[in-house]
Design a protein around this ligand. Structure first.
Ligand code: NAD
Length: 428
């Protein structure tokens, strides 16, 4: 019988594919870099994990209780930072894995922030605006003691948006008694948001693709075909920006399935259609494909920008692209990585590819604290500098250690973080 601490391995934290996968990736990277075992032990688990009941009155006047989470994985480098997800699959273990990914993402990019994540298990597509407002306000009130501009700063993720952040900011401010815009990022410009934040994650994905194409000596023009899984905040921004730089987006999808047109999709028409109909289902300028078929389409660049665990050992050998740029968190699992690497597909891992969102969230926080706001051009220029520097640093680590990009990204982030942890020491 080992010490009590070992029982953590049987905890609820271990329950999701994403947690098991992220833990394996973490351990794999730490083995390559010969990391101090005490640092490994400390980073395997979150610093704090909160589970809250979120009872709200539905529009039919009945009361329904939802389950909400906020997990703070590590705060060595600064206040915790991470999105809030509204999705039926949200659970403690997945939220913990997403918080862990945020820790490594902030570290690899070099932001003075730690990692957190939150969420509520619900289906926001089946709730009214009033119900969502009540849900958001009650959740914020339940976690109010944990969050704040110097503690933990939430942001949007799947199923949440600028409006959600405005409600969170307002509820927190009402509880404190004065306005605290910097408690969240990704909020509307009118209440202290940053220009460029809405498209930042998708834009960052494209900046990474531009650097990868340069590195691989691959053209990015009208002959370059792009497939995007998930046409939400990240996927739609990335698709539009890829089209803007001259590439051909041939397929996109949402939760209901995808649409494919080998001549290239008319993204303006598609966005108008989705705005009216909420989904691409019924859009006639292309053929319907399932989300599984979409991932297997022949293309140059595949951007998974939906949920985790989409590229697995079951479909990895059927993926036919040159670059995978991970807009989503954890879309590829560790078994698939082995197959993808054997096929010489270049992977821009999630903690690098989608770091544009947290980077501009950091800019929003910095601008808010200074009460001094930048132009969109300045935000985008700063984003470009950080994304391209991060990309090149990770490529350098991959070349130096002769390892894949994902392991290199983990090593790059974890080495910064572990140096900070060793300097701060262990207390008590
Ligand atoms: P979103 O809610 O705006 O969009 C999600 C999209 O994925 C929608 O089109 C939805 O229909 C689709 N989707 C949902 N479940 C699906 C499924 N099972 N199969 C296929 N498609 C599905 O969310 P988002 O903010 O664009 O986030 C997308 C991904 O990007 C997530 O993994 C998120 O963690 C990651 N991410 C988001 C940000 C950000 O700033 N929003 C930053 C970094 C990473």
């Amino acid at each position: 019988m080992g010490p009590v601490g070992h029982d953590l391995t049987k905890s609820e934290w271990e329950g999701s594919d994403l947690f098991r996968n992220t833990s394996k990736l973490f351990v794999h990277a730490t083995q390559q870099m010969h990391l101090d075992p005490n640092i490994i032990e400390r980073l395997k688990w979150p610093k704090r994990a909160f589970v809250v009941s979120v009872p709200i009155r539905l529009d039919d006047n009945s009361i329904r209780t939802f389950i909400g989470y906020r997990v703070q994985h590590n705060m060595t480098l600064g206040p915790a930072k991470g999105g809030v997800r509204y999705h039926p699959d949200v659970n403690l273990s997945e939220t913990t894995a997403l918080a862990m990914l945020m820790t490594f993402k902030c570290a690899v990019v070099g932001l003075p922030l730690g990692g957190a994540k939150g969420g509520i298990r619900c289906d926001p597509t089946k709730m009214s605006r009033n119900e969502l407002q009540r849900l958001t306000r009650r959740y914020t009130s339940e976690i109010a003691h944990l969050i704040g501009p110097t503690k933990d700063i939430p942001a949007p993720d799947i199923g949440t948006d600028q409006q959600t952040m405005a409600w969170m900011m307002d509820t927190f401010s009402q509880e404190i008694g004065f306005t605290v815009p910097d408690v969240v990022t990704g909020k509307p410009i009118e209440i202290g948001g940053s220009l460029g934040r809405t498209d930042a994650t998708g834009r960052g994905v494209v900046y990474c693709i531009m650097e990868a194409a340069k590195y691989l000596d691959m053209p990015l023009d009208e002959t370059t075909t792009v497939v995007v899984q998930g046409f939400g905040k990240v996927g739609a921004s990335a698709a539009r920006k890829m089209a803007k730089i001259g590439c051909k987006v041939i397929a996109i999808s949402d939760v209901a399935g995808g649409i494919c047109n080998s001549k290239g999709l008319d993204l303006d028409a598609l966005c108008d259609y989705i705005e009216k109909n909420k989904t691409s289902e019924g859009f006639t300028e292309g053929d319907r494909v399932t989300n599984e078929e979409l991932l297997e389409l022949q293309c140059d660049i595949l951007i998974p920008a939906a949920v985790s665990n989409q590229i697995t050992k079951h479909n990895a050998d059927k993926i036919k692209c040159k670059i995978i740029a991970e807009g989503a968190n954890g879309p590829t699992n560790i078994d698939a990585d082995l197959i993808i690497n054997d096929k010489n597909i270049f992977v821009i891992p999630d903690i690098v590819a989608n770091a544009g969102g947290v980077t501009v969230s950091y800019f929003e926080w910095v601008q808010g604290i200074q009460k001094l706001f930048w132009s969109e051009k300045e935000v985008n220029n700063r984003l470009w500098n950080i994304m391209s520097d991060t990309f090149r640093r990770v490529v350098h680590t991959a070349e130096e250690h002769k390892i894949d990009m994902r392991t290199a990204a983990y090593i790059s982030g974890i080495s910064k973080l572990s140096r900070a942890m060793l300097l701060r020491g262990f207390w008590p």
